[in-house]
Ligand binder design. Sequence first.
Ligand code: 8IG
Length: 275
Amino acid sequence: MSENISAHDLARSAASQLAELTGVPSHDVALVLGSGWGGAAELIGETVAEIPAADISGFTTSAVAGHAGTIRSIRVASAAGEPTRHALVLGARTHLYEGHGVRAVVHGVRTAAAAGARTLVLTNGCGGLNPEWAPGTPVLINDHINLTATSPLEGATFVDLTDLYATRLRALAREVDPSLAEGVYVQFRGPHYETPAEIQFARRIGGDLVGMSTALEAIAAREAGMEVLGISLITNLAAGISPAPLSHAEVLETGQAAAPRISALLADIVARLTP
Ligand code: 8IG
């Protein structure tokens, strides 16, 4: 139990450092920007402060190309007459495969919750299992399957994960783009991509999207009482779905090509989020 307390204490002290460094005492919404999603921050609103994640307690610097290691506080562009809202944009995701443990993976989410955020938007780049979803397609996550064999929760913390990816927020996202498809996200540990046999397994157990993030973060967010929206960008067809081998270069290229559309989508969604 004392270990559990220290993970949350670390998040609370990170949140107070953030409040001090950004000058924004409390944030309303937090976003984790994954592969391909980095451009969205500019469109969400005016950046009030940008802080290297390494300056905040508990954050490890990410080694993955395409993952920005900064945390931004953004004043959300809202309609006239609406109260000003502040978004915390975590460009620095820690992946389980980096080997810093599951606490490090969810520290950003816990920090965002401690900073006041009641809504969390998790984005990622992923592999697609449906051949009709071309690379560059954004897909709403409607549920997940956690194949990491771990949990961010410590001790007898029995948390309900029904409607983890809030139906309400998915409906709100579809108001912005009615063409958005939905699917089940399967988190693997990585860092290797799957074998074609593992992708067939993921299909048979009900998966639509495969990746190396998000599920553990969503669990930690639910523990913290946040409402979660998850959106994946399909950056590649999963192994064996297309005959082409997978490459991180392809992932980055697809992300760049899709950036204008998905950034605008995300900004429109954030503008409509109400606590
Ligand atoms: I971007 O095909 C991206 N991340 N596990 N499989 C897994 N993670 C991914 C993939 C993929 N594409």
